[in-house]
Design a binder for this molecule. Sequence first.
Ligand code: MV4
Length: 447
Amino acid sequence: MFNKILIANRGEIAIRIIRACKELGISTVAVHSTADEHSLHVRFADESVCIGPSASEKSYLNVPAIISAAEITGADAIHPGYGFLAENAGFAEICKSCKITFIGPTADHIRQMGHKSTARELSEQIGVPVVPGSNVTLESAEDALESAGEIGYPIILKAASGGGGRGMRIVRSDKELATSFEVVRSEAGAAFGDPSIYMEKYIENPKHVEMQIMADAHGNVIHLGERECSIQRRHQKLIEEAPSATLSADTREAMGQSAIALARQIGYKSLGTVEFLCDKDENYYFIEMNTRIQVEHTVTECVTGLDLVKEQIRIAAGESLRFGQKDIRIYGHSIECRVNAEDPYNFLPSPGVISGLNIPGGPGIRVDTALYVQSEVTSHYESLVAKLIVHGIDRAEAMAKMNRALSEFHIGGIKTTIPLHIDILASDEFIDGSYHTGSLDSMLARM
Ligand code: MV4
């Protein structure tokens, strides 16, 4: 096992990782920007190193500063959290060449899954369902027209190196295609340094359902069930739940086996998330694989009783999984609301100093946050300030707990998305579980 881990992140996830390290008896090194000098993650870690000014590019993305911090403090591993360097294959490679363990998959696996059309092709080859689409990247607008002719409109153009909703465009006719092709191509080139794009049949109003998997270095691969993440706006998730309110046991099992097959095929070793789109007839299609610990891992932790961050660290240290698929049970129901420092009605950032804080509690309530009274929420970083997670015996109890916890939650000094969560939880589509990726936009239009 590692002696000392450097956490290359900030906010709630840095604290989450420090907590896992403490329970494993591992020393921790926090890194921070000048803006985060007084942050809770710095106080909770055994040691801390300032790695640069406020701007992320100069601190949390500053690879030489982070590697130097690890070397100076003698850290034997780096946990990247989510965002920042978590899916940066070059960073994973640099860690390796410096003999520091990157807590995550290999650089090759990050790269392979980061290229979405490669991941798609691989899935198709092993019989994992994919949306009908072009199996290679499209070289020209003529290529695109030919593929669209075979697939049929509407189609969606996706940047091969994009993901998470960046670099994509829906196209509904031949007429739009030539222009959209050039637009996505140049956006992709500028944003990801890779202009290659591919095409898929566009599924209208799908659910976004993802499978959590765990794979060790000894060939053991298991899944931990799904998370339903369809409440999203501009590709930012707002609410996640486990299990899905509507997925049948058969579909869950098939989706889990698909996720495992993909991980096995590439010899993947770490935690991972395999994302699927699911239509109203429960046809499911692979879209992407994420190779990091995700924001919403918490709902899977609640329903499985496992600590995913500790397991991720154990896997990186070469340990075998201590349980097989038959040991995994899903208990009850969990829901997470992401609390952002934003105006709940126009989503504009709302930075400020926290003037008061009431954190909900009681049975089945978990709050992951780096907030404290007098702490400052700056606009240098993403606006997630707290995750409110509930766990109940069933979905009805989880919703009642979430409503109760949201009503107790007070964050003074900034605007937050708490009032919006109260409205979403009261909607018919959320209550009956029929909501899909288009639902939040239509709810917002009605509000
Ligand atoms: C799709 C899709 C429909 N059909 N792919 C969005 C996030 C990224 N992981 C993949 N995404 C989608 N891929 C096919 N073949 C619908 C989405 C999607 C979406 C697309 C455009 C605008 C908003 C969206 C919201 C949720 C999901």
